[in-house]
Design a protein around this ligand. Structure first.
Ligand code: NCD
Length: 299
């Protein structure tokens, strides 16, 4: 069963195959999902992830059934467990794209599901399809991921896209990682340890002044307000880092500025006109990667 609940389930050859396929799907019209149904079940807000998976499925000639705001509008509101919901939806669909507020929810769903589960974000856990599209973005923008110095900035504690991407990057030769965050929002230590064990140089910073000039990729993130039990702590860090014109000046001409979106304060709209701002191209690459992923799990 081809579940994709965390990036450790993706082998290097599979990642390469998916990225090659994403390249091809930009050029071709195919109907490889004709006759198949994808269900999307979202217990948390989403714009890009849900709509891009749905668009990807339509573009492959398949059909979509969906419940957004599943916490309120599905039987979860009546107390149904995720396991029961998934068992039921699996009778209606050939794969299930699931976003949930609890870490580990996708793995629980996969444990009982007879159809592939695609984790579209499980609380502060992982977001594997986003990490794949992020990796693909770096490849498309730089020509290669190898040797890149990637600087992650913002909420690295709760940012699930970071949790997944750090692990994916750790598999690529020559990559180095800089982690810029307030100490309270640092990347979980086990993820730092895992990257280091894979031989990746990792350095931690609270200020980004010294790392900006060396960045090949600047990966900005939103402070994940919805995950804070203490809103005072959120307020303390909400505006910790902003890509100002000063910061832009420090970045290399070839740097790639990424963001999984939605952005709040960390990347002001003035940055959009800068050629290095890749976050809207990243959205386009995401559609291609999700088409490739759907083809893979459905075949
Ligand atoms: C991210 C998420 O949901 O984790 N958004 C996305 O899927 N592109 C990042 C975020 O919400 O900040």
């Amino acid at each position: 069963m081809k579940h994709i609940t965390r990036v450790s389930e993706l082998s290097d050859p599979l990642i390469e195959e998916l990225m090659r396929r994403a390249d091809q799907l930009e050029q071709q019209n195919v109907e490889t999902a004709r006759g198949k149904i994808m269900a999307s079940i979202f217990y948390e807000p989403s714009t890009r992830t849900r709509l891009s998976f749905e668009s990807a499925m339509h573009r492959l000639g398949g059909c979509v059934i969906t419940t957004d705001n599943a916490g309120a509008f599905s039987s979860a509101a009546k107390g149904e467990t995720i396991e029961d919901t998934v068992r039921v939806v699996a009778s209606y669909a050939d794969c299930i794209v699931l976003r949930h507020h609890e870490r580990g929810a996708a793995a629980r769903a996969a444990a009982v599901s007879p159809v592939p589960i695609l984790n579209a974000g499980d609380g502060d856990g992982e977001h594997p399809s986003q990490a794949l599209l992020d990796l693909y973005t770096i490849q498309r923008e730089r020509g290669s991921v190898e040797g890149a110095r990637v600087v992650f900035v913002g909420d690295l504690k709760y940012g699930r896209t970071v949790h997944s991407l750090v692990q994916l990057l750790a598999q690529v030769p020559g990559v180095s990682i800089d982690l810029v965050s307030p100490a309270e929002l640092a990347l979980p230590v086990e993820l730092v340890a895992r990257a280091e064990a894979a031989g990746v140089p990792v350095s931690l910073h609270e200020a980004w002044g010294t790392v900006l000039p060396g960045a090949d990729v600047l990966y900005m993130t939103r402070v994940q307000k919805e995950r804070f039990a203490d809103l005072g702590m959120y307020t303390r860090h909400a505006n910790a880092y902003t890509v100002t014109s000063e910061a832009l000046k420090q970045l290399k001409e070839t740097a790639v500025i990424m963001h999984p979106l939605p952005r709040v304060h960390e990347v002001p709209p003035e940055v959009d006109a800068d050629e290095r701002a890749a976050y809207f191209r990243q959205v386009h690459y995401g559609l291609l990667v999700r088409m490739a992923l759907l083809e893979y799990v459905l075949r």
